[in-house]
Design a protein around this ligand. Structure first.
Ligand SMILES: Cc1cc2nc3c(=O)[nH]c(=O)nc-3n(C[C@H](O)[C@H](O)[C@H](O)COP(=O)(O)OP(=O)(O)OC[C@H]3O[C@@H](n4cnc5c(N)ncnc54)[C@H](O)[C@@H]3O)c2cc1C
Length: 429
């Protein structure tokens, strides 16, 4: 078989976006995907930020099956027996297409069908299990007895990318550098979602939870509203779970989260229609290695391009933008006749010019800052507890509110040097 221009492994957002741009430049592209269809294996929370992609994705996402535009932002600190929430809305979020909720089985499949309509082969049920090599350069892929020789391979095969490792571009993932997410999609009629979450049709909520949802370890919970479903899940650090004695069982976290008082009203009558679990890269900028070698580039999660910012998770727009940047770099390298690492290195430079590496670098201290159990145990217990004490009125005389608050702040340790230093360190993240 003659070499084709590019073979892309993985029909997730990174792979499909890469194929979209390459096909626009007339290159021969094949996308191979181990799942039954694009998106069938893909898991996200999922909130997609659209603004960063404004000048990149051009027409690729026109008419995409987004679920709801996020207009309400909620964060909840869950103590063991109480909680405290912030609920943010703004005209700015309502009037602009800032971010939306998505279901990957729908979005990825839609994008792959668009690609196939453009003449790109997206081959499902095709699990790649090796790379082909030629004079020290990657020269295609192998799946069982079949081979697809190619001038360039794009590894868009997600966080556990075995190709990135085979090509010697990524080290094995350490437990500390990743988390596991368990997610359910729950069916609920559209009008019920609107009423329960206090939004209009087409508008949605992004709700994140910290604290008791992970029993005090690194991680959190999420709840996103889709058109007529809810995406509910828990993410927990693998290293943190292993560090517990006895080791924590992640599968029970989602069940106990759903049993909480705060969740029961929101989930009442909702039926589970999908369950999934997936790994998330958590190392941030520090986990990114070389992004290309002779004949191969890494995009999306395969390259470790994801960012947990504590109050939100970003991975999908990084996957899309890196897929696009990879395609543009391949087009340039092909035009210059140099598909070696040197020719493909323009990819890394392009990513540096975009929000992808700028935002990841800007938040490079975030993983270190979040590596602190206080955020998942002390604060989620203390803040709701403070409000509970200030707002509790009983048969005993209540002193001045300010005095009560001050006393509780002191006795909770909130004014200690340790806490003040944690606050001070915020300026570095
Ligand atoms: C629980 C959870 C919540 C998240 N929440 C958010 C969020 O709210 N917002 C956000 O932006 N990001 C979120 N993320 C991160 C985001 O989902 C990822 O960063 C994003 O999906 C990465 O896209 P990708 O295309 O790089 O990889 P993937 O979507 O993982 O796609 C990789 C593809 O490669 C295929 N593949 C793998 N191996 C092979 C093989 N050997 N042969 C053939 N095909 C193969 C897979 O089947 C898959 O289709 C979340 C992730 C998780 C797990």
């Amino acid at each position: 078989m003659d070499k084709i221009d590019v073979v892309i492994v993985g029909a997730g957002l990174a792979g499909l976006s890469c194929a979209w741009v390459l096909s626009g430049h007339g290159l021969q592209v094949i996308v191979v995907e181990r799942g039954d269809f694009a998106g069938s294996k893909n898991v996200t929370g999922g909130r997609l930020y659209l603004k960063p992609l404004k000048n990149m994705a051009a027409d690729m996402l026109d008419g995409a099956p987004f679920e709801r535009k996020v207009v309400r932002e909620r964060w909840s600190l869950l103590g063991s027996s109480n909680s405290l929430s912030i609920d943010h809305t703004s005209d700015r979020f309502r009037n602009d297409d800032h971010s939306c909720t998505v279901l990957r089985a729908r979005l990825d499949r839609w994008l792959s069908e668009r690609l196939m309509a453009k003449g790109v082969f997206v081959i499902p049920k095709y699990r790649v299990d090796d790379l082909l090599w030629e004079k020290g350069a990657v020269a295609g892929i192998r799946a069982g007895a079949e081979e697809i020789p190619a001038h360039v391979v794009v590894a868009a095969d997600g966080v556990l990318s075995f190709m990135a490792r085979k090509a010697g571009l990524m080290p094995a993932l350490s437990p500390k550098a990743c988390a596991v997410g368990m997610k359910e999609v729950l069916e609920l009629p559209e009008d019920k979602i609107n009423d329960r979450f206090n939004v209009d049709t087409g508008e949605g909520v992004a709700h994140l939870f910290l604290g008791d949802v992970t029993k005090g370890i690194f991680g959190g919970g999420f709840l996103y509203t889709n058109k007529d479903t809810l995406s509910l899940g828990v993410v927990a650090g693998i290293g943190a779970m292993m560090g517990r004695t006895p080791t924590m069982d992640a599968s029970t976290l989602l069940e106990t989260f759903k049993e909480r008082y705060e969740m029961q009203r929101l989930l009442e009558g909702a039926k589970i229609v999908e369950y999934s679990a997936h790994v998330i890269p958590e190392a941030g900028y520090g986990g990114i290695g070389r992004l290309c070698a002779n004949g191969i580039l890494l995009a999306g999660d395969a390259a470790g391009l994801a960012l947990n910012m504590g109050v939100t998770v970003r991975g999908m727009e990084f996957a899309i933008a890196s897929g696009i940047a990879a395609a543009e770099a391949i087009v340039e390298a092909k035009a210059s006749g140099d598909l070696s690492e040197k020719g493909l290195f323009r990819y890394q430079e392009r990513l540096k010019e975009t929000f992808v590496l700028k935002d990841l670098e800007g938040s490079k201290n975030m993983p270190g800052y979040l590596d602190n159990d206080s955020f998942f145990s002390y604060y989620p217990e203390t803040f709701p507890g403070l409000v509970e004490k200030v707002m509790w009125f009983d048969e005993h005389p209540k002193g001045p509110l300010g005095k009560t608050l001050w006393k509780e702040l002191r006795s909770s340790g909130m004014l200690s040097m340790k806490r003040l230093l944690e606050l001070y360190r915020i300026r570095n993240i």
